[in-house]
Design a protein around this ligand. Structure first.
Ligand code: 5RP
Length: 236
């Protein structure tokens, strides 16, 4: 079944990430991202993770890691991370990525910037093999009272259809772990230059962070899991 294949591919990517971590010298503090693939990684790599200290990119991961007996530190007590492992929503052949389906993009990006080894684990459905990003909406975290200003400004840019993220547990906009709103930007055409688009969006008043992760700034390694193997891409 296709769903089983995807779940198995997540496990295989997580196992490979665990293997990679063991080869990193002086590994003390590990950053752990958010999402279902990361949870598989925590489960498959538990023995190793329990011997280290961790920082998590969301309360969801803090709770899950703590339940599994991992020592989780407050990010404010840490200056840098030796490695960071996270999932992604879309990965291009240039290893540019879209992240933030789970709304944790701001903290995820912070931990990625703080880390000297950024490793992303995805199942094969996330790796498009295309040079551009286009498949998934780009989440953008904004200050709540700037909503209408940002929506109009994004419409003027003309590259996206903006959709306010709403969802489970309450009516109206989703509130992030940082007390902000998220707008999902559906690309109207392929994004050939995600880094420039990221900085254009970031320059808008009210935008706090985007879910665009340009490879040259935030990606070292991507592990793509398949039902029977994992392919590892290193940024050139
Ligand atoms: C959360 C994220 C996740 O890492 C991304 O959405 C992948 O999640 P999953 O492994 O569940 O597909 O960016 O904000």
């Amino acid at each position: 079944m296709v769903e089983d294949d995807v779940e198995l591919s997540k496990v295989i990517a997580g196992e490979k990430a665990c293997e990679l971590l063991t080869s990193i010298s002086e590994l003390k503090v590990i950053g752990i991202g958010t999402g279902s693939t990361v949870k598989k990684f925590i489960e498959t790599c538990l023995h190793f993770l329990k011997k280290h200290k961790a920082v998590a990119s969301s309360p969801d991961t803090v709770i899950f890691a703590k339940e599994h007996g991992i020592h989780v530190l407050d990010p404010l007590t840490v200056d840098e991370l030796d490695a960071y492992v996270d999932g992604a929503d879309e990965v291009s052949s240039k290893l540019d990525m879209v992240k933030g389906r789970g709304g944790a993009l701001l903290r995820e990006k912070t931990l990625a910037y703080m880390s000297r080894n950024r490793i992303y684990i995805v199942d094969y459905t996330k790796y498009t093999g295309k040079e551009y990003l286009y498949a998934k909406p780009i989440p953008v975290e904004i200050a709540p009272m700037t909503l209408n200003y940002v929506l109009r400004a994004i419409e003027r840019i003309g590259l996206f259809e903006p959709i306010i993220r709403t969802g489970g547990g309450k009516d109206g906009p989703v509130i992030t772990d940082n007390g902000n709103y998220i707008i999902d930007l559906k690309p109207l055409k392929p994004l050939l230059n995600p880094r420039e688009v990221h900085y254009e969006l970031k320059s808008l008043h009210g935008v706090i962070e985007t879910g665009l992760f340009p490879s040259e700034e935030l990606v070292d390694t991507v592990i793509v899991g398949y039902p029977g193997k994992a392919t590892i891409f290193h940024r050139k």
